[in-house]
Design a protein around this ligand. Structure first.
Ligand code: ADP
Length: 264
């Protein structure tokens, strides 16, 4: 098992200080988020959970550095986040280049991440291996399933050696079985890579299965309603056993109640 942060640069700790975010101007102004204060330890798996429209994606975009907060400060590894540098991001849709092969999509990400040409082939194979796609490198994107496409998107997000890994409802469009498999993979990949992971979902099940810490947001403007450390084992556990354990079942129910109360 690699040591924490073995394939990343920077510690990946996230600091969110008095952050609020607004969209629009004048009569159209909407306060989407805040104020929020959060400190996320390097290597943590934070799940942000809350009802639709409560500001989860907004917070994720601020951590990714896609937008700057209207108020307050976001820091990743001690600096203001820079898009594509601080974090690899996975969205609900895979957003791959359909005319390229699976391997070609990863190659492009490695090139963009300035991985030297002579190291790219090996790194591509390692990444595809990590997401269980080692035999599909030469297939076109339209030849693989939706679940496999999302695996490519995960491998692509890991291509840049960023200390943080951000996922915005990445499995919402997948069938239940594929979703469960990918949840298991992301849980493992995150633990193995040692990256600080932030995962957005509206599902209490998903939050309870994935998180080493679960933050429930109130309805808009999203604020922290509940901040829950999770003590379920991160490695060396059978996912089916975990899903059937009393601890998981209790946690799922607690998160479900909190999400409902926070949305009221
Ligand atoms: P969630 O991810 O929890 O569903 P979002 O962060 O996407 O919530 O959105 C929070 C609120 O901000 C919603 O009311 C949404 O309509 C609004 N919002 C999000 N993005 C924009 C935008 N670019 N312009 C205007 N309003 C936005």
């Amino acid at each position: 098992m690699p040591s924490p942060n073995s394939d990343t640069t920077g510690d990946g700790g996230i600091h969110i200080r008095n952050v609020s975010h607004r969209y629009g101007k004048g009569d159209n102004e909407v306060t989407a988020l805040g104020p929020v204060n959060l400190d996320v330890d390097p290597g943590a798996f934070l799940v942000l959970v809350g009802a639709s429209g409560c500001g989860k994606s907004t917070l994720l975009r601020l951590i990714a550095g896609f937008e700057a907060p209207s108020e307050g400060q976001v820091q990743v590894s001690g600096s203001a986040p820079s898009p594509g540098v601080s974090a690899g991001v996975v969205f609900q849709q895979p957003r791959l280049f359909p005319w390229r092969t699976v391997g070609g999509n990863i190659d492009l990400a490695l090139k963009y991440a300035k991985v030297p040409r002579e190291r790219r082939a090996q790194r591509r194979d390692e990444l595809l291996d990590r997401v269980g796609l080692e035999s599909t490198a030469d297939r076109k994107i339209w030849e693989i399933s939706g679940g496999q496409q999302q695996r490519v998107a995960i491998a692509r997000a890991l291509a840049a050696e960023t200390p943080t890994f951000l996922l915005d409802e990445p499995f919402a469009a997948l069938d239940a079985l594929t979703r469960e498999r990918l949840q298991e993979d992301v849980r493992q990949v995150s633990a193995e890579s040692g990256r600080t992971t932030v995962f957005v979902t509206h599902s209490a099940d998903e939050a309870a299965f994935l998180g080493s810490r679960i933050v429930v947001l109130t309805r808009r403007p999203g604020q922290v309603a509940l901040d829950l450390p999770v003590n379920l084992p991160r490695t060396g556990v059978d996912p089916d056993d975990l899903r059937q354990s009393a601890e998981y079942t209790e946690l799922r129910a607690e998160v479900g109640r909190a999400v409902k109360a926070a949305a009221a």
